[in-house]
Design a protein around this ligand. Structure first.
Ligand SMILES: [Zn+2]
Ligand SMILES: [Zn+2]
Length: 110
């Protein structure tokens, strides 16, 4: 369970370097070459949690690409994410969600 405290930063459309490392996990659905990644995790700027769908092209590693080990193939996807937390931010345009920040997020596909 994550209990991050939301930070009420003013809304700003920006793509700064994240100051926190946050962990996102997601699940895939859709066809092989064009899939929808449903990710969940906090915004690294305001720490507000959001769940988002991303259309993404994922190269799925062949199960036997990693030799030996016999362990589950780990799959990650990098997506450009924009904060969509449920909290209000000062200066937030109506109809929009989140703090406005975008960042490149590594999502662990589970
Ligand atoms: Zn945010
Ligand atoms: Zn927020």
């Amino acid at each position: 369970m994550s209990a991050l405290k939301h930070i009420k930063i003013p809304y700003l459309e920006d793509t700064p370097e994240p100051r926190h490392q946050v962990r996102h996990t997601g699940t895939l659905s859709g066809k092989r070459s064009f899939q929808v990644l449903r990710s969940q995790g906090p915004c690294p700027f305001c720490l507000g949690e959001s769940q988002q769908n991303h259309e993404t092209k994922i190269v799925v590693a062949e199960p036997d690409a990693i030799q030996g080990q016999g362990k589950k193939t780990e799959l990650f996807a990098d997506v450009l994410m924009t904060c969509a937390c449920d909290f209000s931010h000062r200066g937030q345009p109506s109809g929009l969600r989140g703090c406005g920040r975008s960042w490149s997020q590594e999502v662990e596909v589970v």
